[in-house]
Design a binder for this molecule. Structure first.
Ligand code: NAP
Ligand code: MG
Length: 777
């Protein structure tokens, strides 16, 4: 026993281990778990064990879900769904509220269970994960209550298949289940193989509150079970996990009409500017990548620090690193717990070795006993080092210096991901300027890892699409009013589009494409005889590439602001109305009039499609901002040639995107006529580009092009091919049936929803509560 004066000397804490007896009793009672289907647990089947990564101790036997188990769960969910959706919002809200209350009562139990199964420190599960779970169910109880008022004309999608990873097992479950059931969907959720226990405890809570049978179903298993769920008869897949598996799911759901949201990996920048509060920035690193073993998709794993303060920052960083306590997850003074599984530990160690072999220095980061890896960071990591681009998913950041803000942004955006960014600067001007330029779905200024149910979370680029949290997140679990669809005309243009010029029967010789604001001969110099009888240019792969280059050069369009874009669009409408008689004679008066109205409509929206400021907790200004994707591909239906093009291009450009459009295959002349109107209306060259030719071939090129950030495909037939081809950069693809373009339902906010991606910017103000570091728990 040390004496008091010895303790004063070392200031060492004694062990303070959270009591796990209640959890152990619960585990003993169960031992072998079945699935939770249709309100009860199935008998345990063949399966695997889940263990405590800190000790290797087996915690329980888990059943491996088969395709039959998944089908039974989906069937139960399908059966329960109409009745669940028919309950009033208030009734659904009461269930969510009851779930929140019970979780709140069991906070201690669930925190201990989570830490045992996952290896994360009890401080993290107790102070961050479980309170956020509770917050999610309360918040979404509210959305259920308000659904009729806030989402009129919207309805549930149906049955959602939900797949979550092991790093925040119960929190990810809450992010998925709360909005889904609030909106009237029923769910089948598959937890991760390494961490199924809190999901099974959650199933018991569903029983306890009397949630109607089949509303929530939990099927445990590995990736194969997940793949079976993707294939099952569900209406939506919501996936959180790696980009690699996200790609496979995108390919597997292509053409099925299943809605899809993907929350994938990241390699997020952590920018420390010269004027940053360096102590706060160091605490940010602790919260972002060390305290939680770095097993966080949005961890600021690439530290970028201004050269002028790099030395001082590193001194503070290493000093703080040495004070972190690595130890048993259930000890209340443990900062760094265990890595979830030996496989993950090996991956971390291997990646660090590769990074060092490629020229980096590893500071700290030594592998320990069992599943432990000490916190550390890699110095001298250039973009050529594998550690720059690969997710290490452990407590090891990279550290790179920069000289100017421009260099910081170009390094920050030098990644295929776009999940989160941390920016430390004491200057609001500097911080907000960087926040605007960084390409990520979430930005934290002077803090890290702030989460709240009201704040949408999700990625850009290869970090996926869709948002979880708040109003925007709810929309991902709802369907809007049914549009007036009409069957698309089958193209009459001959399949083999050989050069038609020789036959010379052209009514209207329009043999030039529209690229970069000018008429351009197609790359092959060929034309085709469209079904309209016109001789039109035959665009190819190279023309699409040229059009994408032109669209890239027109990126200033976004910077013009909503008012500037609106003016140009009103002017297009005005000039179109000047040519109303002439173009009306050619393409139909009704179509021209409707096109004029549509341009007016989206010009009106250009400066009114607002973001929102959401309430998270006091002391945080959180703005959710609509951002253009950048370059969008727009594939028009083979119908309503003038009106469909205008109806699709106008909302895309109103939001600041630039567009490469493929017009109606049978009659692209109308599109080139509109291009002339663009030319006389101050639309900057390259904002809209038009490439005529075989619809599905050109769509496939756009889908596979990495610089095209989003794609709209109108017409049912080719959706599968474009969705498959889009897996490269995981661009969101919106495919929908041909519409009656003269109807009101063919325009409106729905199109704008698909023309933007949301950026959530967190700006804490004033002093943060002492002891919370920068994390918004
Ligand atoms: P993962 O291998 O992609 O697994 C995620 C989930 O998908 C698990 O439940 C997994 O089952 C299942 N799965 C595996 N293969 C599947 C398949 N072919 N079809 C359907 N489901 C399949 O990811 P992980 O390694 O567990 O988790 C770490 C990754 O998740 C990191 O890349 C991280 O960045 C990302 N993540 C992203 C977010 C976000 O919000 N963006 C949040 C957390 C984590 P098993 O567990 O049985 O393998
Ligand atoms: Mg485990």
């Amino acid at each position: 026993m040390p004496t008091v004066s010895e303790i004063m000397d070392t200031m060492d804490y004694g062990p303070s281990v959270e009591d796990s007896s209640a959890v152990r009793d619960w585990l003993k009672q169960h031992e072998r778990f079945g699935h939770f289907i249709d309100g009860s647990f199935t008998p345990a089947g063949r399966g695997f064990v889940t263990s405590d990564p800190a000790t290797g101790e087996t915690l329980a036997q888990i059943s491996q879900g088969t395709a039959e188990d998944v089908a039974a769960a989906v069937k139960a969910a399908r059966k329960a769904q109409p009745k669940w959706a028919k309950l009033t919002g208030y009734e659904r809200a009461s269930y969510l509220y009851a779930i929140a209350r019970v979780i709140q009562k069991r906070e201690r139990f669930l925190s201990v269970l989570e830490s045992l199964d996952n290896g994360k420190p009890i401080r993290e599960s107790r102070d961050a994960d479980i309170p956020l779970v509770v917050r999610h169910f309360y918040h979404h109880a509210g959305w259920a209550e308000l659904m009729a008022d806030e989402f009129p004309d919207h309805s549930a999608i149906g049955v959602a298949g939900q797949i979550v990873p092991w790093n925040f097992p119960l929190l990810m479950l809450a992010w998925k289940i709360a909005p889904a059931i609030a909106a009237g969907n029923t769910v089948v959720l598959k937890p991760a193989e390494y961490t199924p226990l809190t999901a099974l405890a959650f199933a018991e809570i569903c029983q306890e509150v009397g949630l109607p049978r089949g509303v929530v179903n939990i099927v445990t298993g590995d990736g194969e079970t997940g793949a079976a769920l993707v294939e099952a008869d569900v209406d939506k897949i919501a996936f959180t996990g790696s980009t690699e598996v996200g790609r496979a799911i995108r390919a597997a759901t292509a053409g099925t009409g299943k809605r899809l949201t993907l929350e994938l990996g990241g390699k997020s920048p952590f920018i420390v500017m010269e004027d940053a509060d360096l102590d706060a920035a160091v605490e940010g690193v602790v919260d972002s990548i060390w305290f939680n073993q770095g097993q966080v998709c949005c961890a600021g794993s690439r530290i970028l620090v201004a050269e002028a303060v790099a030395e001082r920052f590193e001194t503070l960083l290493t000093r703080r690193m040495e004070t972190l306590r690595m130890g048993p997850p259930l000890d209340k003074s443990t900062d760094v717990g265990a890595i979830v599984h030996p496989v993950q530990k090996d991956r971390i160690v291997t990646l660090c070795k590769q990074a060092v072999a490629a020229g980096a220095d590893l500071v700290g980061g030594a592998p320990g006993e069992a599943c432990y890896v000490a916190p550390g960071y890699l110095r001298e990591v250039s973009p050529a080092n594998p550690a720059w681009s690969e997710e290490i998913f452990g407590p090891i950041a990279t550290l790179t210096t920069f000289r100017t803000a421009d260099e910081a942004i170009s390094l920050a955006n030098n990644t295929r991901y776009g999940l989160a960014a941390q920016i430390f600067s004491e200057s609001a001007t500097v911080a907000t300027d960087l926040a605007a330029q960084v390409k990520s779905g979430v930005v934290w200024i002077n803090g890290a890892n702030m989460f709240d149910a009201a704040a949408p979370f999700g990625g850009m680029r290869e970090s996926g699409f869709g948002r979880e949290g708040g109003r925007v997140g709810m929309l991902d679990y709802l369907s809007g009013p049914k549009p007036d669809s009409v069957k698309e005309k089958a193209p009459k243009t001959p399949k083999a589009m050989t050069d038609g010029a020789a036959s010379g029967k052209g009514i209207d010789r329009t043999e030039k494409l529209y690229i970069g604001g000018a008429q351009k001969r197609p790359d092959g110099g060929a034309s085709y005889r469209a079904a309209s009888g016109d001789l039109v240019p035959l665009g190819n792969r190279k023309d699409i590439r040229n059009a994408v280059e032109a669209a890239k050069k027109a990126s200033k369009w976004a910077a013009m602001g909503g008012h500037g874009r609106a003016q140009v669009m009103y002017f297009i409408a005005e000039n179109l109305s000047l040519r109303r008689d002439e173009l009306g004679a050619k393409h139909g008066k009704e179509a021209v009039d409707a096109a004029i109205r549509r341009l007016f409509h989206y010009a009106a929206w250009a400066d009114k499609f607002d973001g929102m400021n959401v309430q998270t907790k006091p002391g945080y200004l959180v703005n959710v901002i609509p951002q253009p994707f950048g370059i969008m591909g727009v594939i028009c239906p083979n119908d309503a040639p003038l009106l469909s093009l205008v109806s699709l291009v106008a909302p895309a450009i109103a939001m600041g995107n630039t567009v490469v459009a493929v017009p109606a295959q049978d009659d692209p002349v109308a599109a080139f006529d509109i291009a002339q109107v663009f030319d006389t209306s101050d639309l900057p060259g390259g904002v809209v580009n038009i490439i005529s030719g075989p619809k599905d071939d050109l769509a496939a090129v756009l889908a596979a092009h990495d610089d095209v950030a989003a794609l709209w495909y109108c017409g049912a037939k080719g959706a599968e091919a474009v969705e498959k081809a889009s897996t490269g950069n995981l661009k969101p693809v919106w495919s929908f049936e041909n519409l009656d373009w003269t109807k009101q339902s063919a325009h409106g906010q729905r199109f704008l929803d698909h023309a933007v991606q949301w950026k959530t910017v967190w700006l804490p103000y004033g002093a943060l509560p002492a002891g919370t570091g920068s994390v918004a728990y």
